[in-house]
Unconditional design. Structure first.
Length: 153
């Protein structure tokens, strides 16, 4: 079993707390040294208590699913001899009520547009197979209750 660590740190400072008007901005620290500013989504907690320039957990979940799919796709493409020049995914997560009636990300739609070059270009069937295998093996998609759909562009 492998463990993945993230440190999430928030501090109140001198702001009031019990009035529920405290800042939600915080830092995510990762083992490689990256620090990402996090906050609640402005749709959940209004600005100025949320920081719209920070990454909210909902966005992070969508980005994580997209990134995982992409990394498997790139690996499978390289193994098949296809040169990928660019991979762009404008992924979308949809918040709603799940089958239990709980508010959740109920679907994630990945919309990857992939540009290839080189002597051997994949046909539509090969691209579909790359996406299918990537989706089947993506750790994040396999961890989510929400349906994750891949709609290549």
């Amino acid at each position: 079993m492998t463990e993945y660590l993230a440190t999430v740190e928030w501090g109140r400072g001198d702001q009031p707390f019990l009035d529920n008007k405290y800042a939600r901005a915080h830092d995510w620290r990762f083992d490689g040294g990256a620090v990402v500013r996090g906050s609640s989504a402005p749709e959940s907690v209004p600005v100025p208590m949320s920081d719209p320039t920070a990454v909210d957990p909902e966005e992070a979940l969508v980005a994580s699913a997209s990134s995982c799919h992409m990394l498997f796709f790139l690996a499978y493409a390289a193994k098949a001899g296809f040169v990928v020049d660019r991979y762009l995914d404008e992924a979308v997560g949809v918040m709603g009520r799940d089958e239990r009636g709980k508010v959740a990300i109920v679907s994630v739609i990945l919309r990857p547009a992939v540009t290839f070059s080189g002597e051997t270009l994949p046909d539509a069937a090969a691209i579909a197979d790359l996406h299918h295998r990537s989706h089947e093996h993506c750790y994040i998609a396999n961890s989510l209750r929400a349906e994750v759909t891949v709609e290549p562009r």
